[in-house]
Write a protein that binds this ligand. Structure first.
Ligand SMILES: [Zn+2]
Length: 233
């Protein structure tokens, strides 16, 4: 059972530390599966079979080179331990559907849901224009797109509440359509027929940024919890 490897934390990201500091090559194997965001939160990253797709509002979906430095990423090698056909799965009942097969409360899981989605709402940020911007400003200006009848897969993780400042607690999904043209952070989804797969990850490895700016970062952990729920859920 492989581990989840993560650069930085959702807590540091939400506290405003989102400059690119680590190259993708340090984390992404040719099999990598996962998600992240690009420097200055210019794009949502969806990682599938080692390819890192950057979804940015107003731009065609494209892959990032392995030299690209990113502020946050969460990846693993994905070998599903169970693959289950499910019906009528959506963002509201996904936890209950997953819980039929494994009790997720205290464990990490890599999770994927593949199928044709009757309803899908994705979010993408606009590219930073060079000026500084806050997480709230990024969040307020994101582009939200609604899709109907789109085939592809959700790629992401389940994080126990206990680790909710390390990663987004509960499900965190990004989407990649089957033609690799549409991607983004998933806000809502539903599929009549889908395949739910998952793999338990007993170990998570967190690589902290090593910069002086990160050491000097002031994190208001009380405000953070509210922010993570408001912006990332
Ligand atoms: Zn996301």
């Amino acid at each position: 059972m492989s581990k989840i490897t993560q650069f930085s934390t959702i807590g540091a990201l939400m506290a405003g530390h989102f400059r690119g500091e680590a190259p993708l090559s340090a984390f992404c194997s040719h099999r990598a599966f996962g998600l992240g965001c690009s420097a200055e939160i210019s794009g949502e990253l969806t990682i599938h079979e080692g390819q890192v797709h950057e979804a940015t509002a107003g731009e065609a979906l494209h892959c990032l080179s392995r030299e690209t430095e990113i502020p946050f990423i969460q990846v693993t090698d994905y070998t599903p331990q169970q693959e289950r056909a499910v019906t009528s799965i959506n963002h509201e009942n996904a936890q209950a559907q997953l819980s039929r097969f494994i009790r997720p409360d205290n464990i990490f899981l890599a999770v994927s849901i593949g199928g044709c989605f009757e309803h899908l709402i994705l979010r993408r940020p606009h590219r930073a224009d060079g000026g500084s911007r806050s997480v709230d400003e990024v969040a307020a200006s994101q582009k939200v797109d609604r899709h109907e009848g789109i085939a592809g897969r959700l790629i992401g993780f389940w994080t126990p509440e206990l680790f909710g400042r390390v990663s987004v607690p509960g499900f965190h999904f990004h989407f990649l359509d089957e033609t690799s043209q549409i991607s983004g952070h998933v806000l809502e989804f539903s599929a009549q027929k889908a395949v739910l797969s998952f793999e338990e990850k007993t170990t998570i490895e967190i690589v902290n940024p090593a910069s002086a700016a990160f050491r000097a970062l002031e994190i208001d952990v009380g405000a953070l919890d509210e922010m993570i729920h408001r912006i990332e859920k």
